[in-house]
Each structure stands twice: as structure tokens, then as C-alpha cells.
Ligand binder design. Sequence first.
Ligand SMILES: [Zn+2]
Length: 201
Amino acid sequence: MEQEEAKSGVECSNCASELPLGEGQRAVTCAYCGTAQPHPRPYAAGQEVLVPGALTPYTLGVVQSCDGPDAIEVVIDQSRSRYAVESLVPVVHPPAEVETGTRVFARSMHGWEPTWVVSCDRISAVVKHGNKSFQDSFFDRTVAISDVRLPARAADRVTRDQPLQRFWGKLTRVMKIVIVVAIALAFLAIAAMFIVPLVLD
Ligand SMILES: [Zn+2]
């Protein structure tokens, strides 16, 4: 029985060697020939995922079964629906402490709301109001750390992808354009200074 469990039963599309299947991966790469192919079962049962919702940007659900990238059954509030891997965002439980500014999903009376961490300790997290237009007029909300979820991709870069750094990145791009335009105008002005007298002669 143990030997059967160790075998994935999935062959490489190129060299037909057996592929080891990890969890939470969208693609598998063959160890022998390097060919990559879609993971036949990208999600494990019980994996929490974010799914697009009609009223809120995201709804948190749990994978019930996964028979392929296009046949993932997700349970949301005890009702089941099917999704493709492209529309699902895996979520992870946060580590003991989450850095300030991290984008998270926090459970509220309205369900799971996208928000940002203001501060965090091992027991609770202070998060901004889920609705951006209320963030200035309402106090930040304290939630239990168990009611916080991280989108898995954001969790991978918790220390690097801060909103302030993104802002500075954008500002630098704008500054670059301004500088290029200014240099181009300066060249035009210098050229005009030389060419205009020649034309007038
Ligand atoms: Zn192969």
C-alpha cells in the first residue's frame, strides 16, 4: 500500500518517466528531461483558496476535490461550485507576526475583506477598514490572528513588496519620463539656436 501511495501515476509527456507531484504547484517539471507540464491536481483537498465574488472582490472557500486544472470543486458556505485553476488564489495562514503594510484578508461580519495590516502580534492583528473610503473616518479594527489569511503569492514576498516601495517605483518611472522629455526639449532648444540663424541667413 505504501508503495502505491508513493507513485504519482503521472508520466512526463516527453520522456514518460514518472513525475513526483508536490502540493500547491501549478506546473510540474520532469527531473530527467526538464519538460514542464500542468499539474494534474494543482490543489489538495482542504486547501483554502480565494475565489472571485460578485459582491466582494474575493470569497474564501475550501477545495473539496481537484480532478485537474479545470475541474476544481470549491465549497463556500456549504455550497459547492467548480472553478479553473486560473481563477483561484491559494491562501495561507499567516506566520506568528505579519509585517506592517502587508496585504491580507481579514474575516469580518461581511465575510472576508481585503485589507492591510497596521500592526500585528502573535495573538491579534490590527487591520485597516476593509472599505477604502471609510479608512479615514473609522478606527482600525483588531482581529484575531486566526481570522487573517495571506494570499500565498503575497506571503512569498512579505518583506520586499511594501506599498511604499511600489509607490517609489512608480514615482521613479514618472521621474524618468520627465527627465527624458526635459533632455529632448533641451536638445531641440539648442538645435533651434543653431539652425534658426542658418535658415535666416
Ligand atoms: Zn521527461
